[in-house]
Design a protein. Structure first.
Length: 84
C-alpha cells in the first residue's frame, strides 16, 4: 500500500495470510484475503525519484540477465512465478 502527505510517502509491505470465505449478512458469498504489515517505510518526496530510478535501473539489469519478467494474465496468481 502507498499513500502520501505533503511531507512524506508511506510504503507498507505486507504478507498475505490464508484466504477466508463465507457468507455475509445478506447471504452473499465473499472471499477475504487478510494481510499483515511487516514493514512500513516513510520516504521524503525529495528522495522518491532516486528510489524509482534505482528500481528501474535494477529492473533493466535483471531483465538483461534473466529475460523479460512475465506479467500475469487474467486470474493468474502473482506468486509463485510460472514454472519453465
Amino acid at each position: 500500500n502507498v499513500w502520501h502527505t505533503a511531507h512524506e510517502f508511506t510504503l507498507d509491505f505486507a504478507t498475505t495470510m490464508a484466504p477466508e470465505g463465507g457468507l455475509d449478512a445478506q447471504g452473499e458469498e465473499f472471499v477475504r484475503v487478510p494481510v499483515r504489515v511487516v514493514e512500513r517505510v516513510r520516504v521524503p518526496p525529495t528522495l522518491l525519484f532516486d528510489i524509482i530510478r534505482a528500481l528501474n535501473d535494477n529492473l533493466t539489469r535483471y531483465e538483461e540477465t534473466f529475460g523479460p519478467i512475465p506479467r500475469p494474465q487474467g486470474n493468474e496468481p502473482l506468486f509463485p512465478p510460472p514454472a519453465d
